[in-house]
Design a protein around this ligand. Structure first.
Ligand SMILES: Nc1ncnc2c1ncn2[C@@H]1O[C@H](COP(=O)(O)OP(=O)(O)OP(=O)(O)O)[C@@H](O)[C@H]1O
Length: 227
């Protein structure tokens, strides 16, 4: 991936103020953004996804400008062609597993799926081994199954990058390790760049990358040899 982030954002909710001031450039297909709770990791990911508009700066991905305050460019999230997984997975409780994934494919305004669409939904359910839960609602799924559905939904649109916000945080320790292994396998199979947020150093160690470390709204250090 070639991702360049250089953004500033001031957030205030009355009593508290938080300043995000983030600069980094990423090459390679997998990176972990790591740091303590409240460091500004989720805000950074949201800005890349287009869900948070920075006050100033720029965000560029694979040569495309997603955000640039100088030229007043702010591409909306649905036009950024990325898969974004929030901390709670964001599944729609009133939609079955199949419908949740179809939503990923077609968005809110679908008017029926074509044959190739139903084929890709079936393939995704197979890839994540959730075919048996196709007609179940999210509340009947385990944490690991929910995460697989969310990943399948994020991949349905054939994104150019996957942004994962603490994908293991909601899982119990056993499942967490299993899902780490699953994600590692997925990474090796799908060849889509992944940027993963974690407050646990284990994640960057597990995936064999030197992380970008963030605290107090800033990148404190980057992969060895960069900054
Ligand atoms: N709208 C807002 N107004 C003021 N402060 C905010 C707002 N949104 C987030 N913050 C603050 O910004 C800081 C960074 O939040 P963020 O969610 O990015 O942290 P994080 O590094 O992802 O932490 P965690 O690992 O706990 O999710 C936090 O202190 C949070 O309280």
């Amino acid at each position: 991936m070639s991702l360049s982030v250089d953004i500033r954002k001031k957030l205030a909710d009355g009593k508290r103020e938080f300043r995000l001031d983030v600069q980094f450039e990423l090459e390679g297909n997998f990176q972990v953004l790591y740091g303590p709770s409240g460091a500004g990791k989720s805000l950074t990911l949201k800005a890349i996804a287009g869900l948070l508009k920075p006050d100033s700066g720029s965000i560029r991905f694979q040569g495309k400008t997603y955000f640039d305050s100088e030229s007043d460019t702010h591409i909306p999230p649905e036009k950024r062609n990325l898969g974004y997984l929030s901390q709670n997975y964001g599944l729609f409780p009133h939609l079955t597993v199949r419908k949740n994934i179809e939503f990923g494919l077609k968005g809110l305004f679908q008017i029926g799926l074509g044959k190739s669409d139903t084929g890709s939904v079936a393939k995704l359910m197979e890839l994540f081994e959730i075919q048996e839960a196709a007609n179940s609602y999210p509340r009947f799924l385990s944490g690991g199954q929910k995460q697989r559905v969310a990943l399948a939904r994020a991949l349905a649109r054939n994104p150019e990058i996957l942004l994962l916000d603490e994908p293991f945080a909601a899982l119990n320790p056993d499942l967490r390790q299993k899902m780490r292994e699953e994600l590692k396998n997925l990474r090796d199979r799908i060849q889509i760049p992944i940027l993963l947020i974690s407050h646990d150093k284990i994640d960057s160690d597990f995936f064999g990358v030197s992380p970008l470390y963030m605290e107090h709204g800033k990148i404190a250090y980057g992969p060895v040899g960069e900054n």
